[in-house]
Write a protein that binds this ligand. Sequence first.
Ligand SMILES: [Zn+2]
Length: 546
Amino acid sequence: MSASDAPATAHLFRGARVFTPDPAPVGHDSVATIGDRIVAVGTEEQCRAALAGSPVTPVEHDLRGRSIVPGFIDAHTHPMVMSVFEVHLSFDHCRSVADVLDAVADSARATEGSTDAVIGFQLDDLLLAERRMPTGDELDAAGDGRPVVLIRRDGHHAVASSSAIVSAGLADPANVVAGGYVERDEHGNPTGLVGERSVADLLALVPAATMESLEDGRARWTERMVRQGITAISAICQTTVEGPSGPAGEMEAVAWADLARRVPFDVQTILIAPELSVVDDFRALPSLHSPRNGRRVDAVKLFLDGTLGGASACMHSPFSDRSHTSGMRTLGDDDAYSRMEAAHLAGLQVCIHAIGDRANRDAADLFARLLTAHPGPHRHRVEHASVLDDRTVELFATHQITCVTQPISLRSEAHWLRARIGDQRLPHAYRHRTLIDAGVPLAGSSDAPIEDTDVLAAIDAAVDRRGLADEQAITAVEALRAYTLGGSAARSTETELGSLSAGHRADVVVLDGDLATARPASLAVAATYIGGVEHHRDPATFPARG
Ligand SMILES: [Zn+2]
């Protein structure tokens, strides 16, 4: 809807704890919006004065000490992978093998008569009481004979029922590819556990996504993110087979151009584009690129290394629990530099995936070389920036390279991070305190669907690291800044989004307590407004006109 045909709405939020993201001065307890814009932030009197010119009577909300904050910005998501995962099983609620098997049985019953495989993603055996994956026999029973494939969180392992093993051709040892692995018992029968390159054979059983199923998934994650207070995202999409989804992701950006029409958020699309010319093709599509309507294609992403979970992040020295490997660089310096230079000269933002300390140092050196050869304004960023040596932090600060971080990984990786990188390197992981103190721009994100999009849980993880280098903890307000103004700057929208200030888009979130004093994880999102329109309100924590 354009401003002219939408019914104008106006709001007065008063009696609030205001975080702009910074805490507002005492007495500045109100925010006023007209249409899709914030018109005043300050005292109730100032806000009422600003609303005097409103064409409609403002809706008044007495927040009674609840917090009002800018809409949350998730600076790194994979919306098409989310849309695929969303319509399959997930295991977030599972605490035991029995819970997993119940979920499989429920799904098999719900789709009775279908011959499609029951598929689940993101299974983390280390979060189950038994700390093991289900066996093939257990999946045979739970799935009542249907093919069942459950992919482990790291993507490097899976468990499958016997019919899935047969369908994937993995019953015969001769079919197991080099670099693949199918575990067998003493009689030579598959146990159900499959590893590394053989996982791809099981992924072939995932029913092909239709636009209907993708749209179904899109609707589900949009609805969840709105309830979590998110109002803007950066969306990473493949344009070729290059990227984490491989050949299955070849059409991601094309499908995203359709799904993005129904996403209420401000959307930056970041393309994984080995050939820069495709960027122009996607910029020609208004559903992806129409800056006046909150849609931009202005960034490209490339990968320097793998992951900590898969022990493929590129490190200066071997992993502490995998002494035979220091991970790997997935793209050489020359190729990386020529892509970075071309994108930089085309005025595009360069986003580099770097997780290990070696990959991050290499990224820092490459950016230093690029910006020395071609100085000028830029918003280049490093995705993840998980393990950083001191020199890298210095270079990121000097060249103002944004670190796009996922603090919630401190929760999901808590049970193995110390063992993987060792006590000595642990203080170099997720160095939020060091980065902020050094003046490196910091943006918050989820990497969804790898991590949950719950921003309050992520802020909680950044504040309370539970023993994982506690000296790197930051305050809730600093973490809020990373998920609002910091995230906005990381996508070049900071004059428009990311803070409660007059003239900004009315993306406003109400929290049911005081962010400065409450445990962030104990807070709930009471309401979400996008462009002044109420998209979510929890009547239990924020009664209408309460
Ligand atoms: Zn990612």
